[in-house]
Design a protein around this ligand. Sequence first.
Ligand code: ASP
Length: 319
Amino acid sequence: MLRPFIIFSLILFMSFDTLNSEPDKAAKDFAIVIHGGAGWSRNISEAKQNAIQEGLKQALSTGYSILESGGSSLDAIEAAIMILEDNINFNAGKGSVYNSAEKQEMDASIMVGDSQQAGAVASVSRIKNPIKLARYVMENTKHVMMVGEGAEKIAKEGGFELVNPDYFASIENLERLKVTQEKEKLGTVGAVALDQSGTISAGTSTGGMTNKKPGRIGDSPIIGAGTWAQNNVCGVSGTGHGEFFIRYNVAREICARIEYLGQPVEKASSELIQELKDIGADGGVIVLDKNGNVAMVFNTDGMARAYKNSKGDEIVTIY
Ligand code: ASP
C-alpha cells in the first residue's frame, strides 16, 4: 500500500523539481550597464561631454553585441572596459590620473557570478589594459590579487605587451594634479553584464584618485568593495571615494541587501549611496540584478553611465 504512494510522491516531487530547474524566461534577457566615473562636475565643456558620451556608446555597443550573439557576460564587460581604458577621457588605462609622485598606478578587478571566481591587479604602471591582466590572474593563477612588479611579471609570462609609462602621460591629467593637489578627483570605469545563460559578470578599472600617495590601493581591485558578481543575485561596479567603499564593503553590501532583505535593486543601491553621502563619501554604483533590472545611482553632480538591454531600453548620459 505504501509503495505506490511513495512512487507517486516521487514522481510528483520530480515533476515539481523539473519545473523549478527550468530556466525562467527572464534569464534569457540580457543587459549591460557601464560607468565612466562619478567625478564629473557640471563645469566640463560641451565638447568634453560629447567625447565622454561617444566613448560610453562605443563601449556599450561593443559589450552589447557580444551578449546579443550569445557571448558571455565576462567577455562583454572585459571588451567594454578595455575600450574605456584605451580612451584618454576616462580615468583608467590610458587616461589614468597622476599620483602625488606624478606617476600612474592602476588598479582593476573582474568577477564572474556563476563560479564566483575573481581576479585583480593593483599598483601596476606598465599594463596597457589592467582589466585584461585581472582576468588573466583569475584564469591562470591560483591567486585573486597580484600587485606591482609581481603582477607585471605574470603579465610578461602571459605574453602581455608592457608599455613604457610614457604611454599614460597626459597634460590634462598633469594639470588636474597641479590644480587639485589637495582636492582629489574621482574617475574610474566599470561594467556589469547579464548574459543569455543568466551569468552575471562585473569589472572595474581605475587610475585611482588624483594625488593619491604612491602605493595607495583603492576599492576598485578589491572584491566586495568596488566589484561584485553573484549569479541569481546581482553584479556591482562602484566609483567614488575608495577608502569608504572598502570600509563599507559597498558592492557586496548592495547584493547582500538584495539577497537577504529581498530589496529591489534600485532601493538597495540608492539607500547605500545615501548612507555614503551621510558619512561624507562621494560616489556611485551601477548594479544589475538576475532579471536585468538596473540601478545607476550616484551622490555627486554627475556619473558617466550607459545601459542597454534586450528589451530595447538604452540610456547614455552623465548628469
Ligand atoms: N574608487 C576609485 C578609487 O578610490 C576612484 C574613483 O572611482 O574615482 O581608487
